[in-house]
Design a protein around this ligand. Structure first.
Ligand code: CP
Length: 323
């Protein structure tokens, strides 16, 4: 695996999930693999989980880690070619990425969409700029359209829990990705990625995406799922409920309505098959998820966040081995 920016970069998803499980069971099994190698983590946006889990994963592999909040600490970068740079962006991605490539063996980048232009965001200008000009493996720490590190942790979490279920081996788990309300317009990255990974032929699960009219994801992500507009119907028999807000793809970047009725509550969870509640975090309490659910026994959000470490470790190991 030369880069990790989407599920398409992964040669074999079940093998990668197994590698993440192995890293969780024995975090120091490859503690010398990253010796004398440097991971650079470059953030254009805030992060708690991705930053800490990826740093910890790299350290478990013996890597050195440099973390830079590029939007606050670096020069503002120009990504367009042929621009007369007489404005407020003093450095071009061509030089910046090439220089970073001199210092780092693997480069992680977090860059959210601006949610103004679908074409600009879905072109992945920032991630692809680093990929094109650094000459080094690129690790997506959440880009404009995807969050694959989160999705691998989600896949590991589902596998761990499903293996303990009495129906394991008898049927596929029912997984429901449900839109949930939020006061701000949020990116489509997490649901895109979750749908892409869970709808992958190797996933072996029954995926439904449920959302209010107008919040349909792009077909390229949702094609492996059933699509519903009735949350109560979709939640029937669910083994896993993945709640997340996202803004409209078709009316790009807009929060069309708040729809507080879509918040996940105990009453909603009672429709499921004793389903587990998942969320990537951070979440808005009593907007997306009710306190009673988040603090209850159905919630696996902390296990999910913990699984970010072995997920990142499995990816970093593959990127190191491919060098
Ligand atoms: N889930 C996730 O990526 O969390 P952070 O934004 O805190 O990294």
């Amino acid at each position: 695996m030369k880069h990790f920016t989407s599920v398409a970069d992964v040669p074999d998803v079940p093998t990668l999930i197994a590698a993440a499980a192995a890293a969780k069971a024995n975090p120091y099994q490859d503690e010398n693999l990253g010796r004398h190698k440097t991971l650079g983590l470059f953030f254009f946006n805030a992060s708690l989980r991705t930053r800490l889990s990826t740093q910890k994963a790299a350290e478990n592999l013996g890597m050195k880690v440099m973390v830079v909040n590029l939007n606050q600490e670096g020069w503002a970068l120009e990504f367009q070619d042929g621009v007369v740079m007489d404005g407020n962006k003093p450095e071009h991605i061509r030089e910046a990425a090439a220089v970073i490539g001199q210092y780092c063996d693997i480069i992680g980048v977090r860059s959210f969409p601006e949610l103004k232009s679908r074409e600009a965001d879905y072109a992945e200008t920032v991630l692809n700029g680093f990929r094109q000009w650094s000459g080094k493996p690129i690790l997506s720490l959440e880009s404009a359209t995807r969050h694959p590190l989160q999705s691998l942790a989600d896949a590991l979490t589902i596998e761990e829990l499903w293996k303990q279920h009495p129906d394991y081996g008898k049927r596929q788990p029912k997984v429901v990705l449900t839109w949930a309300p939020h006061p701000r317009a949020l990116p489509q990255c997490v649901p895109n990625s979750f749908a892409e990974w869970m709808g992958h032929p190797s996933a072996g699960l029954d995926l439904t995406i449920v959302q209010p009219e107008g919040y349909e994801l792009a077909d390229e992500f949702s094609s492996g799922a059933k699509v519903s507009y009735d949350q109560d119907v979709a939640l029937e028999g669910a083994d896993f409920v993945y709640a997340k807000n996202w803004s409209s793809y078709h009316q790009y970047g807009q929060a069309l309505k708040l729809d507080r009725d879509w918040m996940i509550t105990t009453a909603k969870m009672s429709i499921t098959n004793s389903g587990k509640l998942m969320h990537c975090l951070p979440t808005r309490r009593n907007v997306e998820l009710a306190d009673e659910v988040l603090d209850g026994s159905a919630s696996v959000v902390i296990q999910q966040a913990g699984n970010r470490v072995p997920a990142a470790q499995a990816i970093l190991k593959q990127l190191l081995l491919a060098r």
